[in-house]
Design a protein around this ligand. Structure first.
Ligand code: F6P
Length: 360
């Protein structure tokens, strides 16, 4: 192994820089090979200034830094790239150009740090002979085959702190506070932060809710002497028989943008006579310094990915299982996205302690 490339694709997550640092150090210390950073996801292969050498100097001091020193692209799908041709906007497949770019750089391995979309592209490129190794990143924790993705723990801690802060003001004003959290199709952040932050109602994409059930729980709390309530809602939660709430529709390149369900819930509650406020935590969950857990997990993932490259094991992804780092085929990782198990201990425990999911 002489040369490896690293790219970060999709939405950023705390810990990306920790993976890059660990991969560079392992590549230099153990395998004496060169490392190249590809800027802005797969787009870097299409840009003449899109590649940068990564040495000790470049990764110095980046362990606690959020974001990614390589930049990322949310819409960087080489199989569907929007370009202007003859004054018209068209969507084209540039995947062969990416393959050529990888060959030109003479990469022996390409480490792809990303979520489901980015990893799916890595798997497709692997079918064209690109030696890809995936590293599972996303605050949503929704990638199959691994117990946990890096970034999730940091987002969870930020969400929990937000709930703690909302508690004190909710109690002072006797209000209902609604906190809208990230989680497109998986409710892990909302479920776990809701439990840790003492939410009274948790609404997640996996459990459609009824407005009257939320109200029932608020009334129950009032009867028991609590004049305030806390509701944690995933941006992807939806009413029973209804659909997810979007702030912007998508198209063949842009995914639809979720947002607004928290407002919808707060408006309903207010109409029933309970003063309510809504907070949308948004990208605060993705920014800033990673937790100790995420730094350590990201470091282990980064080093393990380089070890796999040295073994010549491609079209696979590093994963955490039973606390140990292992690897699984990329195909398995992207086949079934991870969702909250409705029979899991976490959901049962939440119900046991009186948290409502809005379904009864
Ligand atoms: O997938 C991670 C995530 O944070 C989702 O929870 C959220 O819906 C999405 O990214 C937002 O992405 P963007 O950066 O495009 O706003």
């Amino acid at each position: 192994m002489k040369r490896i490339g690293i790219l970060t694709g999709g939405g950023d997550a705390p810990g990306l820089n920790a993976v890059i640092r660990a991969a560079v150090k392992t590549a230099l210390n153990i395998y004496q090979c060169e490392v190249y950073g590809i800027k802005n996801g797969y787009d870097g292969f299409l840009d003449e200034n899109g590649v940068m050498p990564l040495g000790r100097k470049e990764v110095r001091g980046i362990l606690p830094r959020g974001g990614t020193i390589l930049g990322t692209a949310n819409r960087g799908n080489p199989y569907a790239r929007k370009v202007i041709r003859d004054g018209k906007e068209v969507v084209i497949d540039v995947s062969d150009e990416i393959v050529k770019g990888i060959q030109k750089l003479e990469l022996d391995a390409l480490l792809v740090l990303g979520g489901d979309g980015t990893l799916r592209i890595a798997h497709e490129l692997a079918q064209k002979g690109v030696p890809c190794i995936g590293v599972p990143k996303t605050i949503d924790n929704d990638i199959g085959g691994t117990e946990i993705t890096f970034g999730f723990d940091t987002a969870l801690n930020i969400a929990t702190e937000a709930l703690d802060r909302l508690h004190t003001t909710a109690e002072s004003h006797h209000r209902v506070m609604v906190l809208e959290l990230m989680g497109r199709d998986a409710g892990f952040i909302t479920l776990q932060a809701g439990i840790s932050g003492g939410a009274d109602v948790i609404l997640i994409p996996e459990i459609p809710f009824k407005f009257e059930n939320i109200l029932k729980r608020i009334h129950q709390r009032v009867e028991r002497g609590s004049q305030f309530s806390i509701i944690a809602v995933s941006e992807g939660a939806k009413p029973d028989g209804g659909s997810q709430v979007f702030s912007r529709q998508g198209d063949e390149v842009y995914v639809p943008r979720l947002g607004g369900v928290g407002q919808m819930v707060a408006e309903y509650i207010e109409k029933q006579g309970f003063e309510s406020r809504v907070t949308v935590l948004g990208h605060i969950q993705r920014g800033g310094t990673p937790t100790s857990f995420d730094r350590s997990l990201a470091t282990r993932y980064g080093a393990a990915a380089v070890r796999l490259a040295a073994q010549g094991k491609f079209d696979c992804m590093v994963a955490l299982r039973c606390g140990e780092i292992t690897d699984i085929p990329l195909e398995e990782a992207i086949a079934i996205p991870k969702r909250v198990n409705l029979h899991s201990d976490a959901v049962i425990t939440a119900r046991n302690i009186g948290i409502s999911f809005g379904d009864d």
